[in-house]
Design a protein around this ligand. Structure first.
Ligand code: NI
Ligand code: MN
Length: 222
């Protein structure tokens, strides 16, 4: 299984089926890959409706024929735009590549239409089980007690937001990593906008706690 950090909260998981999380690519000045350089995307996992996560979903789904997994209300909204969706609501499902569990996140979820926020269900994260590996993609979330439920999962890798303000900051992400106990912790959701810029101290704190920084466009083997 190959993991590429595309940028922000967009992670490409190349396995038997290629999975892409929260594909914010054309809007992200730090994106490590151009949208046309993506391999075949079989599945897109969406954590919530905010623009820096919904991103290029509709375009990629149309070009690749991808299945989009999303909270029910967001799936319904995308379905009306012709996107092939699999709605979930904090259950688990076998989607042909392995088992997927929708996991809670403390955040909000909406899209803005004519300046007004439109509800797009509850925000979430995902536990992804594929090819004998177990990954946790947290999405946008604050530190929460639910994370202790993941301690028994013996996760291979956790993708945790670290930028603060809208999600956990570095200090909370280190606590989350201690609670969750994944073998590898990868920081996401930082530096894309001024409010979530990591200070050198935060970067050190995360590095000392063993977080593995993956540069945009960089690929690791899991
Ligand atoms: Ni958000
Ligand atoms: Mn976000």
């Amino acid at each position: 299984m190959k993991i590429t950090c595309i940028g922000h909260a967009s992670i490409l998981i190349e396995a038997e089926r290629n999975i892409l999380t929260d594909p914010y690519i054309t809007g992200d000045p730090h994106s490590g890959i151009r949208i046309g350089e993506l391999p075949r995307i079989d599945v897109i996992l969406l954590t919530h409706g905010h623009g820096d996560h919904l991103g290029d979903t509709v375009r990629i789904a149309a070009e690749h024929g991808s299945l989009v997994v999303a909270p029910v209300e967001l799936a319904r909204l995308l379905g009306r735009q012709g996107v092939k969706c699999h709605p979930m609501n904090f259950g688990s499902a076998d989607l042909g590549f392995g088992r997927l569990t929708m996991f809670p996140a403390t955040h909000s979820s909406s899209i803005t239409e004519n300046g007004v926020p439109v509800y797009t269900g509850n925000p979430c994260g995902y536990v992804i089980r594929a090819e004998g590996k177990k990954l946790y993609f947290a999405g946008d979330t604050g530190l929460m007690a639910h994370m202790s439920l993941l301690a028994d999962e013996a996760l291979d890798c956790a993708f945790l937001p670290v930028g603060g303000n809208f999600t956990m900051d570095a200090e909370d992400a280190v606590r989350a990593a201690q609670i969750i106990g994944a073998r590898i912790n990868v920081p996401i959701h930082y530096d894309a906008m001024p409010q979530i810029t990591l200070s050198p101290e935060d970067r050190d704190r995360l590095a000392r706690a063993g977080f593995l920084f993956i540069r945009p466009g960089e690929k690791i083997e899991l």
